[in-house]
Design a protein around this ligand. Structure first.
Ligand code: SF4
Length: 259
């Protein structure tokens, strides 16, 4: 039996933002020469690595603020920064974020226990397998499971944002499939401020979401990318693949206003 294709929240979000971007990122190999390192990915990956170690009960090496800061320095990824000054500023900000997060976690009484970090979950949705990696999964004494997703670049979030976030809905679907019958909620934690937003899909909303996901998954997997004409949108101005799309005769890029 051939293996089923996989779709992740980031693949689906990429497609929804721009099908051509999905093509260059995941389908057409020519795209790989155009992908540039991004400082925000480097920054986020570094912070995720440190918090993963701090919250992983099996990792006894990162339990204090000092240990977390040492792990941060070891884990630092320097790719994609525009200048040494920009990197130094991001490094200092990240240090502050790690310190504040670890202090808050040490000081707050533990209501829940972390049962998984960086956990990869899968759910067979028929034509494809939905996969998703969850930053953290906490379990409360009443059996409720809470998905915690870190946002490293954000000062704020809200319950409304979590309720309408595609990835958070995918994660809820994945956790509900993996732990049937358990109450599940999802939380985004804005690391720069420590503020959080939380939401939980009802059974009915989850079922509608699942149907929509299956439909969009089918569309993604059956699209004729070879003959896809790129369509200009504001997103294009910062897109790595702009040089590729510009070569297409139907790409309708607005002319720059003459000065
Ligand atoms: S340049 Fe625009 S149309 Fe092309 S992949 Fe990027 S966002 Fe999509």
């Amino acid at each position: 039996m051939p293996r089923k294709p996989t779709l992740s929240p980031s693949k689906i979000s990429t497609y929804l933002a721009c099908p051509s971007k999905y093509r260059w990122t995941y389908v057409d190999e020519r795209g790989r020469w155009y992908i540039r390192a991004k400082s925000y990915f480097s920054f986020g990956t570094t912070l995720h690595k440190v918090l993963q170690r701090f919250h992983d009960a099996r990792d006894a090496g990162v339990q204090t603020v000092g240990q977390a800061l040492a792990a941060y320095e070891e884990s630092w990824i320097d790719a994609g920064f525009e200048s040494p000054e920009a990197m130094a500023q991001a490094f200092a900000e990240g240090k502050e974020i790690v310190e504040q997060h670890v202090r808050r976690e040490i000081e707050r009484p533990p209501e829940a226990r972390t049962i998984a970090v960086e956990k990869l979950l899968r759910a067979d949705l028929g034509d494809f397998v939905l996969i998703g990696r969850i930053d953290r999964l906490d379990e409360y004494p009443d059996g409720t499971l809470e998905i915690v997703d870190y946002k490293s670049g954000r000062e704020a979030t809200s319950d409304e944002e979590v309720a309408s976030d595609l990835a958070m809905c995918c994660y809820q679907l994945l956790v509900r499939e993996r732990y049937p019958g358990r109450p599940v909620r999802a939380t985004i934690l804005a690391l720069r401020s420590g503020t959080a937003g939380t939401a939980s899909l009802t059974d009915e909303a989850l079922s509608v979401f699942r149907e929509d996901l299956v439909a969009i998954g089918r569309e993604i997997l059956s699209r004729d990318y070879e003959n896809l004409a790129p369509v200009w949108k504001p997103l294009c101005t910062k897109c790595d693949f702009l040089p590729l799309c510009r070569r297409h005769p139907e790409f309708d890029e607005p002319e720059e206003p003459s000065s």
